[in-house]
Ligand binder design. Sequence first.
Ligand code: DGL
Length: 250
Amino acid sequence: MNKPIGIMDSGVGGLTVMKEIIHALPSEEVYYFADSLHCPYGPKSQEDVKRYTAEAVEFLINKGVKAVIIACNTATAAVMPELRDEIDIPVYGVINPGSLGALRKSDNNEILLLATEGTIKSGAYEQGILSFDQDVKIHNLACPEFVTLIESLDYENPDITRRTVAEKLAPYREIKADTVILGCTHFPIIEKYIDEFFKGEKHIIDAGFETVSVALVQLHKKKLLTADNKSPVHKIFIHGENQRFEKVMN
Ligand code: DGL
């Protein structure tokens, strides 16, 4: 079906998901709605995040998308699974695929979740993971500093990024968990520093990447993938300030 796939995030984080879609599905057009005006979602109430997300999804539907990926963990935690019943195109969140990805990789059933305050407070990852396997130990760590680091573009300075990551993760240096979930779509932008902090010894799970794999299979089954489009035109709609966004995108 020659219609775009819609994705939304509070800011630049969804670009990590958009990149995965373009890589996995080069024929697909992608429309991305970035709610930079309301970023960060992490510290906001569930009601506010729910409202912003519903508005973003409605915007994308009005642009004619055939499916929506909520490329934001905080938004997924606030609106899923209810949103699935409210709209009549397929909608995918990032938390269940991220949970499953971590369960597949972990050998010792101990997982460290890095996410926003909103995602951690919602308990959505815990529910997701424990619904598949009750014997898993989950350590939750809210990392709003990482969102600020990325949205401010300070992450472009490796020294600042290394320092921020080291300060935040210092209490977890010796953690037994063998798997780390990047439970915020902003975090893959600094994945290499997180991996470096743990000396490459942990499995790092990118929830966005896991989601794209799931969505790809589902869209194929529903016969919604584009048959043959050699020159897809991607569009990005930025709600609010766009200069920083363009820098990260480039
Ligand atoms: N990228 C968003 C997520 O995956 C969060 C960033 C924010 O706080 O807005 O949760």
